[in-house]
Design a protein around this ligand. Structure first.
Ligand code: NAD
Ligand code: MG
Length: 390
């Protein structure tokens, strides 16, 4: 009988919602994993507590100003420390079978790419990476023989039911969307919503940025782009349906009319456990699904007038080139401004669409090209904010 070897794992974005859920599973299965690197942006105390608990080899803080504080917290523990983007890349490059890429936003792109380039198994939560550099990232995955396992619940569901060797028989991929906290609301009624209302997601407990993206439905738009890069399908084959219970996590339709879906309670520890244990399965302490308790699963169309961000993301995917990267950068700027009460909720799509109209969408040829595009788009979006200041 063979004994499963211990898997070495690094968690980028360890202090966030996905990072903490990952470490919760590692804690419950400590005999199966050895933690290598842990990273965070600014929460020094949380990061050092995790690094000590999991006896990590390396702890990295994104914000360089916090390096001294991190050194102080970890003095005498033998845990190595580093900071800034160089440190984040080092964390991803350390030898580990699995890298959980759970940094939020384009900031996760270089570290994720570093893990891909050493052929690691990358559990990808950081969807913004694929949105801003999908072609480049997928090419590097191929060249370096890396394995990309989608952690996003919809894409993880699709991954579980998509028969890659029969891709020609796939007719549609149907992404489900909860509809977020403002499902059913009119455009007019969204004018005065606050950040607190926007981040109160009905089904999922997530970081602030993705929660706002769910409220605007930009999240589903980013996920259309993510699905396009992850699976061998055409843009026109990706559809979205609103499913408020978040039980059916997404579906694949085949040419014989069969529709395969993955179901489960809305708890990220299921797709995370799938990614950590792949190609095996492991126990996850999630509420077991009781369909009789839930009673009814419902589905409805998206209201594209109230939730313009979804249409904008689809347009950016159609336009191709740099458009998705520009969309992502403008959205990151707009969401941050909304969260700090400098922009109205309903102005998020207008900042994104005006930024897209102003920037050149010539396709990026390299990673540094992507960052140039990202920078220009952020500046253009900042100017758009100034025009709409509250
Ligand atoms: P979060 O805000 O809770 O955590 C983000 C993590 O990234 C934190 O550890 C933070 O310290 C780190 N970080 C933030 N900015 C950084 C920077 N500039 N440099 C380095 N590190 C930085 O976010 P989350 O909800 O855990 O989401 C993480 C990613 O996973 C996002 O891309 C999100 O879209 C995706 N995702 C999340 C969920 C979910 O349920 N939370 C579901 C699907 C996909
Ligand atoms: Mg999702």
């Amino acid at each position: 009988m063979s004994v499963n070897p211990i898997k070495r794992i690094s968690v980028l974005g360890a202090t966030g919602s996905v990072g903490l859920s990952t470490l919760d599973l590692v804690r419950r299965n400590s005999h199966k994993f050895k933690v290598v690197s842990l990273t965070a942006y600014s929460k020094v105390e949380d990061l050092s507590a995790l690094a000590i608990e999991f006896n990590a080899e390396l702890a990295v803080i994104g914000d360089e100003k916090k390096l001294d504080a991190l050194k102080e917290q970890l003095a005498g523990t033998g845990i190595e420390v580093a900071a800034g983007e160089v440190g984040l890349i080092e964390a991803a490059e350390r030898e580990a079978e699995i890298v959980m890429a759970a940094i939020v936003g384009a900031a996760g792109l270089r570290p994720t790419m570093a893990a891909v380039r050493r052929g690691a198994t990358v559990a990808l939560a950081n969807k913004e990476c694929l949105v801003c550099a999908g072609d480049l990232l997928m090419e590097e995955v191929r060249v370096h023989g890396a394995t990309l396992l989608p952690v996003d619940s919809e894409h993880n569901a699709i991954y579980q039911v998509f028969e890659v060797e029969r891709a020609n028989s796939v007719e549609r991929v149907i992404l489900t969307a909860s509809g977020g906290p403002f499902r059913g609301r009119s455009y007019e009624s969204l004018k005065a919503v606050t950040p607190a209302e926007a981040i109160a997601h009905p089904n999922w407990d997530m970081g602030a940025k993705i929660s706002v993206d769910s409220a605007t439905m930009m999240n589903k738009g980013l996920e259309i782009i993510e699905a396009y890069h992850l699976f061998p399908i055409k843009k026109s084959q990706i559809e979205v349906v609103v499913h408020p219970q978040s039980v059916v996590h997404s579906m694949v339709e085949y040419s014989d009319g069969s529709v395969l879906a993955q179901l489960g309670s809305p708890d990220m520890r299921t797709p995370i456990a799938y990614s950590l244990a792949w190609p095996e399965r492991m126990e996850a302490p999630v509420k077991r699904l009781s369909l009789s308790e839930i009673g009814a699963l419902t589905f409805e169309e998206v209201d594209l007038e109230a939730f313009r961000c979804l249409a904008l993301a689809r347009e950016a995917l159609e336009a191709g080139g740099a458009a998705p990267a520009i969309l992502n950068a403008a959205n990151e700027v707009a969401v941050a401004a909304f969260l700090s009460e400098k922009l109205r909720f309903i102005d998020i799509p207008s900042v994104v669409s005006d930024t897209l109209a102003l920037c050149d969408i010539k396709a990026p040829q390299s990673l540094s090209n992507v960052f140039e595009i990202d920078k220009v788009a952020r500046e253009a979006a900042q100017n758009q904010l100034a025009l709409r200041a509250i």
